[in-house]
Every structure is written in structure tokens, then in C-alpha cells.
Design a protein around this ligand. Sequence first.
Ligand SMILES: [Ca+2]
Ligand SMILES: [Ca+2]
Length: 266
Amino acid sequence: MQRLSVGRGQCNMMAIRRFPTIVPALFAVMSLSGVCLADSSVGGAWSATINVEGQQIGSAVYQFQLTLGVDADSSRLPLFPPPPEYTAFMKLWDAYDWTGPWYADIRQYGDTLSRWVIEVDPRGNVPPPGERSATLSWDPAEFAPPGSFLLREGFVHDGPILVPDMCDISSMQIVSDGPLYFVLQYVECGDADASGRLNMSDVVFLVSWIFGGGGSPLVDSVCNVDCSDTINMSDIIYLIQYFFADGPAPCDPNADGAFDCLSCVR
Ligand SMILES: [Ca+2]
Ligand SMILES: [Ca+2]
């Protein structure tokens, strides 16, 4: 059994209590391996921390966090072993080959589909077994580039959308007696076919969709590249001009370097 609910405007960032002894040592070793996480202030790169807070029971670990994002270079940190006792624990999986689990997973910009599977276990391993609650939270400001940041239920790319815009909602309550799976999906403005790449395939996709015969986009809003009221032929022409005639970038029709539509615009 599981129940989900979301809350708006609750910036629920807090100090995360790490595992008491083993984990800090492991993390220190991994930090020396040359892996570095994304600086979200650079170009289209971004990284975001996902937090979970479970129920407080004795000395069990009840808070945990993961980092995911996109940068010029990819980097990953393996997930350390679960603590002896916990009431909240997350795992980060690669949705394409199910490698992992990871503690942090930064994808290379434009080279990999930006989709992560988050496994959350609000039940923990502290007796008695049964249903427990937890809160997933994130900082909307970390979802910086123009695009769509969705949180879906399950571990497939087209599962039910729980949070349509992670820039607008900062937390979600979950209740379950077993592990839950969520897909965090980032689609940049103009990536009509949600391939993780912005190219002529998106023009072909839009033509096929608008003029019939083709599938509908996974995320409509990213197709409105000219920031108008509708998605139509103008968006196709806009993209072609961007690729071949030095036209303005998707979602930046006035070409001032600041994006003009989509709610994740900062
Ligand atoms: Ca694409
Ligand atoms: Ca449009």
C-alpha cells in the first residue's frame, strides 16, 4: 500500500545526518578519486540534491540525500552500504542499463538521456515492520536551465506524473510498506523527441506530430520554443532558423541570453 501527496513552496532543505562511522570514511576515499560534481552555475549544467526524511526511531538513520544532474563531463559516485538501522534510504539507478546503485550521478550534457530512477524505502529496517511515511524534498532553485523537470511514478519513462514541475513544488509525502520507485526526467527546451539531444530529429518529430502520423511529445511545453501561446508551424520554423540561420536559441526568442518561457526559467 502506498500514498503520495505533494506540497508547494516548502523548501525543506536541512542538514543531512550521515552514517555515524563507516560512511564518512568511504566518502572521503571516493572524494579523493578525482570525481567532482557539477557546478550548476556553468552554462546548461545543473545539479540537484534530492533529500528524504523518514520517521525518527531511536538512533536509526532517518535522513539521506542523493545528487543528480547534467554537466560537460559525466561523473558518478557509488552508493555506500546501507546503515545498520535506517528508516529512510534512497538508491539512484541508471534507467537505461540499471547499473548502480549510485550516490551521485551527473550525466554528460547532450550525450545521455537525462532520466534517473530513484528508489526510496520509507519502511526502513527498524522493527516492527510495516507501513511508514517519509518526505522527499528538493530545492527548486537548483533546477536552473530552461526545460521540464518531471517526477513520475514507477521506473518507466511514461509513468503517471506526480510532480509536473519540480521548480514549482519542493516536497512530496510518501507512505508505503515497501520500496517505491520514481523517475526524475529532465527534458530541455526544444528537445521535442525527448532524446537528450537537440538536433534536426526534433524538427522531424515536430513536423510528424503537428501534421499527423507521428507520436505526441512526452513533454508538450518544451516544444513551444518560440514562447508563443501555441505549438505550431512557427515552432518548426524557429528551430530550423536556430540550426541553420543563427536564429535565437529555443525559449529565448528575444536572444538576450535569458530564457523567456517555461516555469523553470530563472
Ligand atoms: Ca532531441
Ligand atoms: Ca509556439
